[in-house]
Design a protein around this ligand. Structure first.
Ligand code: 16G
Ligand code: ZN
Length: 526
């Protein structure tokens, strides 16, 4: 049974600040780091109980991703390696908001009895990004985990997707050390690209001055001459540097190269990752414009790769799906829709939604425009594959092996910038494309995003994967009218899950019209 004395002795060190009301949001709790110890302690308690409930290891990553250095946050990892089951999110919110230690203990009792959790041995794997506030928050998580009788396994400084991968592999009783991760990726990349020529171009990677710099360094050691990376923005742990005017979020939103890189450096084959290395975009400076290859372009490229391999393996009848959000550029959706044997689906924002939808296909590719995504290749497909590859000729067997390598290379737990980088490079080689011909697959429609501050963003409610506003009354009619007034107009609004704003997205045939449409949507919100 739960040792309440021990729980209270832990909890008293992490008092709940009455002025803070944490919210789980899109992908876990996030705020200014100094306000987080209580929330993180309680997440430790929660993930320990989740581990006891499932009889498998769970995980916690202390990170605020692409957000400023003074922020921090917590991402919670299921035994499968996925993000915390949405059915536990409401409870996470209640736990984080319990007003005092006794209320916390009472909630723990409620959870334990509701799920018949037997208190006993359990492991929670804990990792963190390079923020200075990590030390204190890792300790808070550890105290939360141990005060209910579980063991915190400190994994140290890791990328978010690496911890997700380690939890997934650990529970599948497969090799799951930090070293195994790099080894597995490098080996799968080598297998996938075995027949292709090694690219002579060096890949320039903007590491956002985050943990991804260390990880890419280790990956490079495993890859050797197979792929040469030149790393920029590698000042990990240097005060004020993390995500500052660099990284995938900066490049994607600002449409400009990282401030610290020269135009010449930006005109190569460049990639940019975010502060915890779960987002990836490619870019290249062409004259005075930046060609951006975002998550949508990555999804398009990987869809082509998968189709080529399926065709070569004689497996065109499998279900292939690409999952996007409303933020996907309309031109990308149109491009994907015209591909043969490819289903395109739209879900609400947030990886948990895309991942769940992608899992339903034999092969499910999901990407958010911001560069978070992966390729899911499930067991049923791999079994089908093994049967075919035994029966067919040499060409067919080769394609089947490549599909298997792709399934190993793509992080099956969550979007992963390192895995994504290798998938893109492999795809470019196997499809014989460079950044230019990849970019030319389709031309993005001009778009504009805006943030609108309103008194209460929760009055904006959406449906149809966030593409329609159902409240306040009349808003959608106004948006429809505005969109219809310009060529190729499309606009939607949604309350942010991470900031106190309503977000607006608009696209149209011209930049001027996209800007105007976004402005009109902002006006309608007031
Ligand atoms: C989180 C999500 C990201 C999403 C973003 C939207 C995960 C791992 N991360 O960062 O996928 O795009 O939130 O933020 O799910 P917003 O709700 O503020 O627009
Ligand atoms: Zn991130």
């Amino acid at each position: 049974a739960l040792d309440v004395g021990k729980l209270l002795a832990g909890s008293v060190q992490y008092p709940k600040l009455p002025e803070v009301s944490p919210s789980y949001g899109t992908a876990g709790f996030r705020s200014t780091a100094v306000l987080l110890p209580c929330t993180v302690f309680r997440c430790g308690v929660l993930m320990a109980l989740r581990a006891m409930h499932t009889g498998a290891a769970t995980g916690i990553v202390i990170t605020a991703s692409h957000n400023p250095e003074q922020d921090n946050g917590v991402k919670l990892v299921e035994p499968s390696g996925h993000m915390l089951s949405p059915s536990w999110e409401a409870f996470a919110d209640r736990l984080a908001n319990a007003p005092d230690d006794d209320a916390l203990a009472e909630l723990c009792h409620e959870l334990i009895s509701q799920h018949s959790i037997s208190i006993g041995n359990a492991t929670v794997m804990v990792a963190h990004d390079s923020r200075p506030s990590a030390v204190a928050l890792v300790a808070a998580a550890g105290d939360g985990i141990s005060c209910v009788g579980a063991t915190a396994y400190a994994c140290g400084l890791l990328t978010t997707p690496q911890l997700h991968w380690m939890v997934m592999k650990c529970n599948r009783k497969l090799p799951h050390s930090k070293e195994d991760y790099f080894h597995t990726l490098a080996e799968a990349y080598e297998q996938l690209t075995a027949g292709a020529a090694t690219p002579d171009e060096v890949i320039i990677v903007d590491c956002a001055n985050g943990v991804g710099a260390n990880a890419l360094q280790q990956l490079q050691e495993k890859l050797g001459a197979k792929l040469r990376l030149k790393l920029f923005n590698t000042e990990v742990g240097v005060a004020g540097k993390l995500n500052a005017d660099c990284g995938a979020d900066f490049v994607q939103k600002e449409r400009t190269g990282p401030a610290s890189m020269t135009l010449a450096e930006c005109s190569g084959r460049c990639a940019s990752i975010d502060g915890d290395a779960d987002r990836l975009v490619f870019f290249s400076q062409e004259g005075d414009t930046l060609a951006l290859l975002d998550g949508d372009k990555i999804a398009a490229l990987l869809a082509l790769l998968v189709q080529q391999l399926l065709k070569a393996a004689g497996l065109e009848d499998v279900s292939l799906g690409v999952v996007q959000t409303a933020y996907a550029n309309g031109a990308s959706t149109q491009f994907l829709q015209q591909l043969p044997h490819c289903t395109v689906q739209c879900t609400p924002t947030g990886v948990k939604h895309l991942h769940a939808a992608a899992e339903k296909f034999d092969i499910g590719i999901y990407f958010e425009a911001n560069g978070h995504g992966t390729v899911l290749i499930g067991k049923p497909f791999l079994e089908k594959l093994q049967k075919t590859s035994q029966a067919g000729g040499e060409k067919l067997q080769e394609a089947a092996r490549q599909l298997e390598a792709l399934a190993t290379l793509s992080n099956q737990a969550v979007g992963d910038a390192l895995s994504g980088l290798l998938m893109v490079e492999a795809a470019l080689q196997l499809l014989q494309k460079d950044l230019q011909s990849w970019g030319a697959l389709y031309r993005d429609l001009p778009s504009r995003q805006r943030k609108v501050s309103v008194r209460d963003r929760s009055v904006v409610k959406t449906a149809d994967a966030e593409r329609k506003a159902v409240s306040p009354a009349g808003l959608q009619e106004g948006l429809d009218k505005a969109a219809a007034s310009v060529k190729s107009g499309r606009v939607f609004v949604r309350p942010s899950g991470t900031e106190d704003v309503v977000r607006v997205y608009a696209e149209a045939a011209t930049q001027e019209d996209a800007d105007g449409l976004a402005l009109e949507a902002a006006r309608l919100l007031h």
